[in-house]
Design a protein around this ligand. Sequence first.
Ligand SMILES: C[S@@+](CC[C@H](N)C(=O)[O-])C[C@H]1O[C@@H](n2cnc3c(N)ncnc32)[C@H](O)[C@@H]1O
Length: 416
Amino acid sequence: MSSLHKAHIKKLIYGGYGLSQLKDKTLMVEYALPGEEVEVDIIQEKRDYAIGRAIKVLEASQDRRDAPCPYYGTCGGCQLQHMDYKAQIKAKEEILLETLERIGKLQIDKLEKSLYGEEFGYRIKAQFKVAQERIGFYERRSHKLVEIEECLLLYPSINQLIPSLREFVKRLRNLQEIEVIYSPTEDEFLLKAISTEEIPKEKLRKVAETSLPKKVVGVGLYKESKLYHIGRDFVFVKIGPYLYRLSMDSFIQVNYKLWEKFIEFAVPKSYYDKVLELHCGIGFFTLPLAKRSSFVNAYDSNGRAIRDAEYNAKINSIDNVSFMQEKSSIALRKHAGDIFDLIFLDPPRSGLSEGEAQFILKNKPKSIVYVSCEPTTLARDLKVLIKGSYKLSTLCMVDNFPNTYHIEAIAHLEVV
Ligand SMILES: C[S@@+](CC[C@H](N)C(=O)[O-])C[C@H]1O[C@@H](n2cnc3c(N)ncnc32)[C@H](O)[C@@H]1O
């Protein structure tokens, strides 16, 4: 049952909520901005906090704008489209600093200049949900599908593919999800079709050939795990001077507009002798790192990504790097006692385990680069590393995900 309340919004917090108070509880309000007076519909109440949604703005912030997307407010993909883009950057910088202070107990006076670009058309990957042959995204906190004609965050070519995807879904049935991966430099697509049923390979091939354009160079069928693929299971992407093979099961940074700058910001300018990289993916950072080092030992737990990375080193004539499929914890144990100048980390949202942080401290590299897509785990891990005799030399916010609440950051640390 919902109820209405007036609320004053103190600030924006992680998740894209406006922070307020409801009697003795913290109130987190969707679609509200700092300084605003809003009428809030309470949609969830827990013991010590409540979640509400601003349904009427009584006093609007100067940073409020009409969301450019017609699905905003229904579709759950974006949380910040009602906020001017420059104000989003400022809010994310404050949230990053505040999270590091609250969880990491780190007082940071100043961030480096943030990295950001265009706020729309930046995503080269989309995970479309499918329901009764309709394509779209889920509503916020729900599995209810919002059918869409286009998504403003996506590279325009992905939007142009949507009518063909509808045809594909209609003829195959049983699909739950379609993931699209697009190479903006080669103008080619890969599709990952996630199905509730097995689909015979010949049937999938026929439907793909007759409903999808030639630019879709490969389709994979997944039911829990990958069953098979037709066509190619990789595309190539050009990033700066490097060519990368990207398989459908490997990771790629989704914001292609920031690719080169992201590498420039993350990879230090110094020259290193020995480097250990623990979450290398297809070698996105590894190839540029290898250019500035004598040797890089790079690891990733995903075997497919490692095969891509090995291939990528070869086609870019880089031979001072070794790639191995291994979990970061095992790689660290394997290299206990080895001397590295730099350890480069780019973990998933869960961040490092306590054991991994301790191994890094024992190894004591001169420098650490920590690329993070989750400020809360970054804060937790920096606290351990800084207590263990590192100092933060620079911290930079990277807006890889404009109009959503997600925050990416790069921390450069030096041994004290
Ligand atoms: C955020 S992605 C970064 C990949 C790469 N640095 C890039 O920028 O493209 C995180 C990577 O960590 C890998 N990964 C996840 N858990 C891991 C673990 N426990 N040990 C090693 N790699 C892991 C994933 O396979 C993925 O490639």
